[in-house]
Design a protein around this ligand. Structure first.
Ligand SMILES: [Zn+2]
Length: 243
């Protein structure tokens, strides 16, 4: 799949409802809320699937997970407020290697509060780094943030997050590596996009070590989106979470 087409698909997957399917509005509350996504349109039927994300990472199974292989360059070029999230667009050339395959970093975006839980615990902020391989398979690296000190790497991305529908340049481009914790130990499970159309087969990697951001930084993101944007945890069913 060509990067342009793929980038668009991933953008749309997290984008404004009207951009996904004209006429099919979805959101985080009320009639169009997460519990009804699967019923809104046949295109969202995967939202009722058995391998959905997010999840509560619990019942952990010990496994020999290979150390994360990340090769990120300074490619964070602009930040867009899509209505359902604030998203940073990444230029080509940054990769995650997983199971011997190359996944290119396309974008990262934020959920307030966290979507995944770690052994029942919610965090006020979760970042999702979205990668795709050449066949369009997705891998998401998730970062949890707790409230505390000011996060300089986040502050490098914006003085203030853009308002709904607005785009801001990041100049010079930033390297997402600055956001990552020292310890790259992670949990792994198989899940889905956490927004309609909830496509399954997404490789989820969740870093164990939480990051820290100030309450002001977290509140600014929540205010920019205007509401909580976390899908509740979905049943694990027959899946296991590896660590
Ligand atoms: Zn996400």
């Amino acid at each position: 799949m060509k990067r342009a087409a793929l980038g668009l698909g991933v953008l749309l997957a997290c984008a404004n409802a009207t951009a996904v399917t004209p006429g099919t509005h979805w959101g985080y509350s009320g009639e169009a809320g997460p519990e009804n996504w699967a019923k809104l349109t046949p295109e969202f039927s995967a939202c009722g699937g058995k391998n959905q994300a997010p999840v509560d990472l619990s019942g952990l199974v010990e496994a020999e997970l290979t150390p994360l292989q990340l090769s990120y360059t300074a490619g964070a070029s602009k930040v867009v407020n899509l209505g359902h999230t604030v998203q940073v667009v990444y230029e080509p050339g940054s990769h995650l290697t997983l199971d011997g395959k190359d996944y290119e970093l396309l974008q990262f975006h934020f959920h307030m509060p966290s979507e995944n839980l770690i052994e029942g615990q919610s965090y006020p902020l979760e970042g999702h780094l979205v990668h795709a391989d050449k066949d369009g398979n997705l891998a998401v690296l998730a970062l949890m943030f707790k409230a505390g000190e000011h996060n300089a790497a986040l502050a490098r991305l914006w003085d203030k997050p853009p308002a709904d529908g607005q785009t801001q340049q990041i100049a010079p481009m930033a390297n997402v590596t600055a956001l990552l914790p020292d310890d790259l130990d992670y949990y792994r499970f198989s899940g889905s996009l956490t927004t309609p159309p909830c496509t399954e087969g997404v490789r989820w990697l969740v870093l164990k070590q939480p990051l820290v951001a100030s309450k002001q930084q977290i509140n600014a993101l929540t205010k920019a989106v205007g509401h909580a944007n976390n899908r509740p945890p979905q049943p694990l069913n027959s899946r296991v979470v590896l660590q």
